[in-house]
Design a protein around this ligand. Sequence first.
Ligand code: ZN
Length: 445
Amino acid sequence: MDLLCTGGTLVTQDAQRTILRGDLLVRGDRIAGLGAEVRPQGPCRVLDAREKVVIPGLIQTHLHLCQTLFRGLADDLSLLDWLRRRIWPLEGAHDAESLRASARLGIAELLLGGTTAIQDMGTVHHTDSIFEALEESGMRAVAGKAMMDRQDELPRGLRESAAGGSAATEASLRESVRLCQRWNGAAQGRLGYAFAPRFALSCTEGLLAETAKEARRLGARVHTHAAENRDEVALVRAETGSDNIEYLHRVGLSGSDVGLAHCIWLSPAEESLLAETGTHVLHCPSSNLKLGSGIARIPELLARGVSVSLGADGAPCNNDLDMFGEMRLAALLQKPRLGPEILPAKEVLDLATRGGARALGLEEEVGTLEVGKRADFAVLDLDAAHVLPGGDVYSQIVYAAHSGDVTDVVVGGEWLVQSRKLVRCDAGEIRAEARAELQKLLARC
Ligand SMILES: [Zn+2]
């Protein structure tokens, strides 16, 4: 049955950035009509969007659903301490059930806040739990297991295999390939796979090089972290003789199928390299501030033609997964340095929609409201004291709205959030399960 979203202000994000008043018709999983002259075939379901704003579903290109359970458990630390003292021991204590609960909690927050597609980096083990949670949720996602074959310092639960050395490298690749073969293209193409070496320091050069080859052989993407922190960059330089992005490029990890989270500490040569290779920068402004990592030179990267998108990173370094917060901060962060004119609201919404779609290789499918694209969109009720009384709609969305203003969410034509409630799952059950699984996980630490 068709779904008709009626009477909304449609912020289409098409090439002309058209804003329409009228209806949006969904047939199957795609947008079948937009504007005034839209006619459903036979009886249809109606989503009343009068006095509301309809935007393409927001796309977060860097998340760790495995860390949602750790919200509030790793505050006020710098990256390497945050990882070694808190996050790795906690991740190492996950079992399949706690990981599933963590993913479900994160997905609930994301969907209720208007995020319809994500790129996720899992932990080392139990990655099927994340994909199963994504599959049942209806959300669109590219995800993958974290790969880390330099495992001597890691807790046992984060080791790729009991034996280290080449056994760990082989185990990491074997499990990644198995997951890719099971999940890449699953759920009628709603799920995809990204090989996810954690970062340069946690992987051998051999693993990184083999990952590049295997991902391309299997038509999957690659998702990693790079140049997030000055200590990290110094260690990479000491170990490899190269700057972080140059090193990744040398081992084959650059290109339009590669997304690099953060990219804060870059040389001019590395900025050029990102532009020339079409490698995607996944910008996480809240995480970069909270871990004290630094401020990515996003306007300069955009001026060079680098592809930039946004993400909340993990709950313990943010501490929420609200894309509206990321949009607002992405804009504000640059203004003291470069002036208030830089990165206006309209450009930031591009990063959260069109930019996200491009970073996932889905620009032909999602990221805009256009006939023929997948029906992924969010409806916002901006009739609220913190948004009113007027102004430009881009300003309202980026500077004033927040996740609580999202009333309805549709992904692939399926109405997943209806009047601020999850349709496919019970949010109360998800919260209860998360609390219970956290207690069991802490007992295992
Ligand atoms: Zn991250």
